[in-house]
Design a protein around this ligand. Structure first.
Ligand code: PLP
Length: 383
């Protein structure tokens, strides 16, 4: 990969120069006042983006570290946890539940579909002793968005904690942690926030702290109580040495998110998603996700007959320097995915669809030249 490669994968996304430049600042003492101030400002912005008054914590680790922190701090041996599983990341939360000794009650959702809130209500009602319900907001393996607002409304009637993974949606789709009643919400740096990979964030409300304080589970590096204690120090700290450069990056990236404005940024992601779907369909391609359940931040497209994953994504990569993502697990070879998150917009999508058209033509597909780009243009013109 060279630095002209266009990353059209669902994270990591292209990182703006402002953020890269911020990372080149000198390293300071992570226990000193200067870092404390930067950390405090960054976590305050993180809470603004989560749309909660509760504090947020930065973790040195990828999104999965925050998934593990969420589970490790609330699940002890024998605890019942309801896991919504409709893709790879739903599955990961279930696996974590089991690793920490929890008994998983699975709500199985066919890949490509969103969970039905009525089904959640039925299962929570039947298992009102469950400690938590886990849900992935934006299931990146299937390009599906789950109805966290509607499920949050249901969960307000139960003591069961609502744990939501917004790794591939925060800052690109609506996530109102406090309004929706998300008890624990977590995210990653490298997706819609457009910072490099390697940092995660988590926010926890009072109901969740009550559970965490009483949970006797094996945890050390990911102990949220230690993060809370260090975060409350003056100057603010992290329990162990943080990734100082990544903190600078997150500070700059979150500043950019808030400068653009959350609503404007989410709208921009909506337009990119709509344009991507329109362009794909104009080329005769079929979307993988169920209509109405489409993700705002990435699109999964069925691999058309007559071309292999290696041929399609290989040509895009080797001839045009554009990286697309493949399918995961049983979708490997059957779908390819286009990320339209972070700062990705018309410029990147135009290049992607121009080259995708040329790739498909090379493998014998027929459509009017420029049909995909024309469809993109139409969506952008009306928005
Ligand atoms: N959750 C979702 C929805 C994701 O898309 C990802 C990564 O793609 C993760 C969790 C895991 O994040 P990471 O790969 O940063 O550990």
């Amino acid at each position: 990969m060279d630095d002209t490669t266009l990353l059209m994968i669902p994270g990591p996304t292209t990182v703006p120069k402002r953020v890269l430049d911020a990372m080149s600042q000198p390293i300071v003492n992570h226990r000193g006042a200067e870092y404390g101030e930067i950390l405090g400002e960054t976590t305050a912005m993180m809470s603004d983006v989560f749309q909660t008054d509760n504090p947020s914590y930065l973790l040195t680790g990828s999104g999965t570290s925050a998934m593990e922190a969420a589970i490790a701090n609330i699940v002890e041996k024998g605890d019942k946890v309801i896991n919504v599983v409709g893709g790879k990341f739903g599955q990961r939360l279930q696996q974590l539940t089991e690793v920490y000794g929890g008994e998983s009650i699975e709500i199985t959702v066919p890949w490509g579909h969103a969970v039905d809130p009525a089904e959640v209500k039925r299962v929570v009602e039947e298992n009102d002793d469950a400690k938590a319900l886990t849900l992935v907001h934006n299931e990146s393996s299937t390009a599906v968005v789950n109805p966290i607002k509607e499920v949050g409304e249901i969960m307000k009637d139960y003591d069961t904690l609502f744990v939501v993974d917004t790794v591939s949606s925060l800052a690109g789709d609506n996530v109102k942690v406090q309004d929706y009643g998300l008890d624990i919400c977590l995210t990653g740096s490298q997706k819609c926030i457009a910072a490099p990979p390697g940092m995660a964030a988590i926010t926890v409300n009072d109901d969740a702290w009550n559970v965490i304080e009483k949970t006797n589970s094996p945890r050390y590096y990911l102990d949220l109580l230690k993060m809370k204690k260090s975060g409350e120090k003056q100057p603010a700290q992290t329990p162990y040495t943080p990734n100082v450069s990544m903190t600078y990056a997150m500070k700059e990236a979150l500043t950019m998110v808030l400068e653009e404005g959350l609503d404007a940024r989410i709208k921009r992601h909506h337009v990119g998603a709509e344009a991507t779907r329109a362009a794909a369909q104009a080329l005769g391609l079929e979307l993988f996700a169920n209509e109405g359940d489409y993700s705002n931040t990435l699109t999964a497209i069925k691999m058309p007959e007559g071309v292999t994953d290696d041929q399609l994504r290989g040509t895009m990569r080797n001839k045009y320097n554009i990286e697309l993502a493949g399918g995961q697990d049983h979708l490997k070879g059957n779908v390819f995915r286009i990320g339209h998150m972070g700062l990705t917009g018309l410029f990147e999508l135009s290049a992607t669809f121009t080259c995708l058209e040329m790739t498909l033509k090379e493998f014998g597909f027929e459509f009017e030249t420029g049909a995909g780009v024309a469809a993109l243009e139409e969506v952008y013109l009306k928005n």
